[in-house]
Ligand binder design. Structure first.
Ligand code: NAD
Ligand code: GLY
Length: 368
């Protein structure tokens, strides 16, 4: 039974020569500089953050880096998904060149998934790759995007179209930082947390059912083990399939419909996690209709999403448009639309043959 304490506070993502530690401890931001030095990185570096996160954490972060003897150039970009692009990557290259960063100089990403993806992309490409230190500050980034090595910027034609797999050298997670995160962002991050329970760990799902209200008020004795369990699951999956050629696809549970919802609403209405919650419901309903999942477990998922404060419907959306967007996505994926469907809590499967009619009905249910 997952009781909230089985993970050590330092996990290892085991990828042979690309292995790296993930530190998780409330209050550890003040030790960031020491951890970077211990990892053998520096003495120069580039700190990438955004203006919102900088207001809260730049002073503490910079003093930790300086005290450890690191000479770090800082860039705070404007806050928002719109800045995760090649133009801002280029400005970061300029800053890296001006600061004369060399191959041992880390790029340090202090922020949510936007900063992690952008700074990660820069680390992957500057001088053909310099060390990346992820310091995630949203729940989504702490449980998902900072681990596993997906880095990217957006293109005018779509999100994350320019990117790579590039593993960090170090991930430092301070759950205490979440105290300043807007409630909606916390809730959106919890959708990704619930995802891990459905696809990988039934006991963890049950733990979330028991403790979700405590997670919502950021009780550290609950949120810390939650983050640790998610990172451990992600590490396990990434170790099995670093480049998403097979089982890593399970991490996309809820994303097929979720992406269509985000695109339809121009990324203006739903946070990524909220769209994923909607997508998990649609995929769950499809699995139910195919006779491959039980009604009682589907209802448990629905109830947990509801208690977390996540949306259960997309009012007013046109199901045909949502379906068209998914077909468009499918073309981008060279015809391989892969549905991730639950089989039982803690176990999911990839299905490439969901009938279009069933998808239509799932979407109709979602918008009603
Ligand atoms: P985000 O980075 O935009 O952060 C959300 C908001 O929270 C922003 O306004 C940010 O300034 C603010 N914020 C961040 N930390 C804060 C803190 N501690 N206190 C107060 N405010 C804080 O959004 P996100 O949800 O973290 O990330 C979304 C991005 O992540 C998308 O670009 C998505 O494509 C990407 N993503 C990447 C992966 C991956 O594996 N690489 C996985 C999932 C999502
Ligand atoms: N966020 C999904 C993955 O990293 O594969």
């Amino acid at each position: 039974m997952f009781e909230g304490k089985p993970e050590p506070q330092c996990l290892e993502v085991e990828l042979g020569p690309r292995s790296y530690p993930v530190y998780i401890r409330a209050g550890c931001l003040k030790h960031l500089g020491k951890l970077i030095i211990q990892a053998g990185l520096g003495p120069k570096g580039l700190l990438v953050t955004n203006t919102t996160v900088a207001d809260y954490y730049a002073t503490l972060t910079q003093s930790s880096l300086e005290q450890a003897g690191l000479q770090v150039r800082s860039v705070a970009i404007p806050d928002g998904e719109a800045y995760k692009n090649l133009e801002w990557a280029s400005r970061l290259y300029d800053a890296a060149l001006e600061a004369q960063l060399d191959r041992r100089s880390p790029v340090i990403a202090l922020g949510g998934g936007v900063i992690g993806d952008l700074a990660g992309f820069v680390a992957a490409t500057y001088l053909r790759g310099v060390p990346l230190v992820q310091v995630p500050t949203t729940l989504l980034a702490q449980v998902d995007s900072s681990v596993g090595g997906k880095v990217a910027v957006n293109h005018i034609q779509g999100k994350n179209l320019i990117g790579s797999f590039y593993q960090p050298s170090l991930v430092v997670i301070d759950p205490h930082i979440l105290k300043t995160l807007p409630a909606r962002e916390l809730i959106a991050g919890l959708a990704e947390v619930i995802k891990y329970g459905v696809i990988w760990d039934a006991e963890f799902f049950a733990f979330l059912e028991e403790k979700v209200e405590k997670a919502l008020v950021l009780s550290m004795e609950v949120i810390e083990p939650i983050i640790a369990r998610c990172c451990a699951i992600k590490a396990e999956i990434v170790k099995l399939d670093e480049r998403e050629e097979g089982i890593r696809t399970l991490l996309n549970f809820g994303h097929t419909v979720g992406h269509a919802v985000e695109t339809l609403t121009h990324y203006q209405v739903y946070r990524h996690g909220e769209a994923v919650a909607l997508g998990m419901l649609a995929a769950g309903w499809i699995a139910l209709e195919l006779g491959r999942w039980s009604l009682s477990e589907f209802q448990r998922l629905r109830e947990l999403l509801q208690r977390t404060g996540l949306p259960l419907h997309v009012p007013g959306a046109d199901p045909r448009k949502l379906q068209e967007l998914m077909v468009h996505d499918k073309k981008n994926l060279q015809g391989a639309l892969r549905w991730v469907l639950p089989r039982s809590l803690g176990q999911a499967e990839i299905n490439r043959q969901v009938p279009e009619e069933l998808v239509r009905r799932a979407l109709e249910k979602l918008v009603s």
